[in-house]
Design a protein around this ligand. Structure first.
Ligand code: OAD
Length: 252
């Protein structure tokens, strides 16, 4: 296994595939300016100092958020600044347009897959599009709290509770849709895993479930090695936009 791969072979595999499942992580969005978490210049290497957090993951920890929601909303402001889909997001959306996509499961909360045009997206770590008051549980939409998100300020409910976007924090359950897809994985003849360290469970178990369930082709593209590289036929340690750009060009 190495980054040396036969481009024609990969192109042929994608050409032949009818039911592609894509599993993505923060690495698909770094080229749009959103840092990943554990990569070389990842959020977790600088977030602790930037927001004076006790430990970097505290920004997504539900217990910490209840005491101090400010770092999360400051970070949200950065996510909501001018960000655009990458070549990788657009390539995945194009594959869907061609009728080849079964499911795009993403751990990301930046909505860039949808912005690129993907519709079959399952956001396994939740979404900013809906939110709830932590005290009275009143439901809100992104429109209701957009101004606060853009300003990096904490949105409050009329009951004075903190409004939290429906993003899955450490200590919270993943959405039911994740477990449905996990227990009944979509039909897959090609699994592509893009830009994830595969270190966060239970999400990282999803591609493993597909590997268990289907005798499918497998391609993993990530700068760094992951704990599950051995299960993939192609492990490509390359920039995702460079990889997707080449393949897309050859397929068009
Ligand atoms: P990580 O930061 O753990 O992993 C991202 C991977 O993408 C790293 O291994 C990078 O080397 C790689 N990468 C970055 N840019 C790339 C590029 N342009 N081309 C190729 N590879 C690239 O992010 P995730 O695996 O997504 O959870 O992290 C999983 C979860 O941990 C996140 O969803 C988040 C976090 O805590 C929550 O917010 C609940």
């Amino acid at each position: 296994m190495s980054s040396k791969y036969n481009l024609d072979e990969i192109v042929r595999i994608i050409e032949d595939a009818q039911n592609i499942t894509v599993f993505t992580g923060a690495g698909v969005s770094t080229n749009s300016g959103i840092p990943d978490f554990r990569g070389e210049k990842g959020l977790y290497s600088m977030i602790g100092q930037k927001y004076d957090l006790p430990y970097p993951e505290a920004v997504f920890d539900i217990q910490y958020f209840k005491q101090n929601p400010i770092p999360f909303f400051e970070l949200s402001k950065d996510i909501f600044s001018e960000v655009h889909p990458t070549i990788c997001h657009k390539f995945v959306a194009w594959l869907e347009e061609k009728g080849k996509i079964s499911l795009v499961m993403t751990q990301n909360i930046d909505m860039l897959h949808q912005l690129a045009g993907s519709k079959k997206v399952l956001e396994c770590h939740g979404t900013y599009t809906t939110a709830h008051c932590l005290s009275c549980e009143k439901a809100y939409t992104i429109e209701d709290i957009k101004d606060s998100l853009m300003a990096g300020q904490v949105p409050y409910c009329e009951c004075t509770g903190i409004i939290k976007p429906d993003i899955v924090f450490f200590g919270e359950q993943l959405p039911m849709e994740f477990y449905k897809a996990y227990h009944m994985p979509p039909k897959t003849d090609l699994l592509m895993v893009f830009g994830t360290s595969l270190l966060v469970q239970p999400a990282a178990n999803f591609p493993l479930k597909i590997l268990d369930r289907y005798d499918c082709k497998t391609i993993l593209v990530n700068f760094e090695p992951t704990p599950y590289d051995a299960g993939f036929e192609y492990v490509i340690n390359e920039d995702l936009d460079a990889f997707c750009g080449k393949i897309w060009e050859a397929l068009r």
